[in-house]
Ligand binder design. Structure first.
Ligand code: AMP
Length: 487
């Protein structure tokens, strides 16, 4: 099927052609004509399916008629994270290149005043995270009666992040006569209930169930008997052994582990950055931008980075932790092997992770291959217990990590890079995997020192800082790596 059969305007078709798209994806083919007919849409599709264009392209076409009034946005798109919101904005810029539309982004971590100015000017497309949108609304700076199209994107992620009450509130603030486009990768009961309450006779379009992992992604498991030192050593071993590693995302379940692992990899001189929900907005954007441009080769991330982010050509995904939610595994490894390219996903597994692993294998309907022999975790635990009883210290290790403690020793001060001043993070006493869990300071820098192995070197140029111009970059981020002393 060709794009020009879907009913999109000439301006939009020209932008699609400029983007180089030959034909619509399944979700685009299903959703675009329905949106143009002003029907509500329930799109069950995960990221990577072309979902964003399935709503931005017809919205642009519909927005060609009419104009925006001050503080009364014509359309509203709700996104769970700031990164996703910024990405949707980029999509509007890309596909709306032939339009003169005002697009505003309302996300946390940036000042209200700039956002107020944009709202005052009149907005055709408002892209927001739920909390910041409600903040503006409560300050009386925003009127929602003019919203003609409401998009709720990544609804299941909203659920994970505790945003459903906010979404319900926002839906009630917008006229019932609006058109609602609702996207979710999965349909848990809470999401089903939401669609029943807020969608009117929607066209349901479902593509590629989340239980499928791409065939072109090699998946492997590596067992670790103990946590911490051994896991970090095992990860380094995988990094060193990985074939054709161009860039990788390393996923952790908790934000505090993102911080710890980031620091450990940095100490080991990897070219590494970190990304999670408590970092300030500018740092997150810079981090992502540098990862996209190849200035950072490894990105340690929490699940905030797993969904929706369009980072082309990630060659490898490493799960430092087995995700406790099986669908997150599918989302995480969906970062690699995109658009038909081959990819690789490695997962570290400890005894505590076994139940999560079996849930994943049930979901994806396959057994993932182990590197070497699978560890008999029960036998290892018994052995450790026996050793402890015998007065010895618990020293069980898996193969290949005998010098873990040595490997984790910090380098002498002369070889350490200066650490950034940590930024205080919000605290939570709970111990689940949600983005709200964080107890430790957050890394604010990226390591710009390349790993010594030549194929992993960052392409940084002395004359060209690795960051976008116009952004204030702290001096320590721009410092050149120190030359190594000959030993
Ligand atoms: P999304 O699922 O919206 O995150 O899109 C995933 C990627 O697919 C993005 O890089 C888009 O630029 C790209 N894309 C969207 N639609 C098409 C299309 N019809 N043909 C080729 N690539 C597309």
């Amino acid at each position: 099927m060709a794009f020009d059969t879907l009913g999109l305007s000439e301006k939009v078709l020209a932008a699609v052609e400029a983007a180089g798209y030959k034909e619509p994806t399944a979700i685009q083919e299903g959703a675009i004509p329905q949106v143009l007919e002003r029907r509500d849409v329930l799109g069950i599709a995960q990221t990577g399916t072309g979902k964003t264009a399935s709503f931005t392209l017809p919205m642009l076409t519909l927005l060609e008629k009419g104009r925006a009034r001050a503080r009364m946005p014509r359309t509203l798109i709700l996104e769970p994270t700031r990164e996703l919101a910024a990405q949707v904005q980029e999509n509007f810029e890309k596909y709306g290149t032939n339009h003169k539309l005002n697009v505003a982004l309302l996300i946390g971590g940036v000042s209200f005043s700039e956002q107020d100015k944009k709202l005052d000017r009149g907005t055709d497309v408002l892209i927001a995270t739920p909390g910041r949108l409600l903040d503006h609304f409560e300050r009386g700076k925003l009127l929602l009666q003019g919203v003609e199209i409401l998009v709720i994107d990544e609804a299941d992620r909203m659920l994970d992040m505790g945003f459903i009450p906010d979404i319900e509130r926002i839906c009630k603030l917008i006229p019932f006569t609006r058109q609602t486009l609702f996207f979710s990768a999965t349909m848990p009961p809470e999401i089903q209930r939401l669609t029943e309450a807020f969608l009117q006779n929607p066209a349901r379009i479902e593509v590629a169930p989340t239980s499928s992992t791409a065939e072109n992604v090699t998946q492997k498991l590596k067992g670790c008997i103990s946590k911490d030192f051994e896991k970090r050593a095992a990860l380094r071993e995988l990094l060193e052994g990985a074939e054709d590693l161009n860039n990788a995302i390393v996923f952790c379940n908790r934000k505090r582990d993102v911080t710890t692992l980031f620091r450990s990899l940095e100490r080991h001189e990897y070219n590494v950055g970190a990304l999670h929900g408590d970092m300030d907005q500018r740092t997150r954007m810079m981090m992502l931008d540098n990862f996209r441009k190849g200035n950072i080769k490894l990105l340690v991330a929490s699940d905030v980075a797993a969904r929706g982010l369009d980072i082309p050509e990630v060659s490898h995904v490493f799960n430092y932790d087995v995700p406790s939610n099986a669908e997150d595994y599918v989302h995480r490894i969906g970062r690699t092997g995109r658009a038909g390219r081959s990819g690789a996903a490695f997962t570290l597994v400890t005894a505590e992770d076994q139940k999560y692993l079996s849930a994943i294998e049930t979901l994806i309907k396959m057994d993932i291959e182990w590197i070497g022999e699978p560890i008999d975790f029960e036998a290892a635990a018994l052995e450790r217990k026996a050793k402890r009883k015998g007065g010895g210290r618990a020293t069980a290790k898996s193969s290949g990590s005998s010098n873990d403690n040595e490997a984790e020793k910090p380098k002498p001060a002369s070889r350490r890079r200066s650490q950034p001043k940590p930024q205080p993070a919000t605290t939570s006493a709970s111990d689940n995997n949600s983005e709200k869990v964080e107890e430790t300071p957050v890394p604010q820098n990226v390591s710009n020192m390349p790993r010594h192995t030549s194929n992993k070197k960052a392409k940084t140029d002395k004359s060209e800082p690795a960051f976008s111009p116009g952004v204030h970059i702290p001096a320590f981020l721009l410092r050149e790596p120190r030359p190594k002393k000959a030993s």
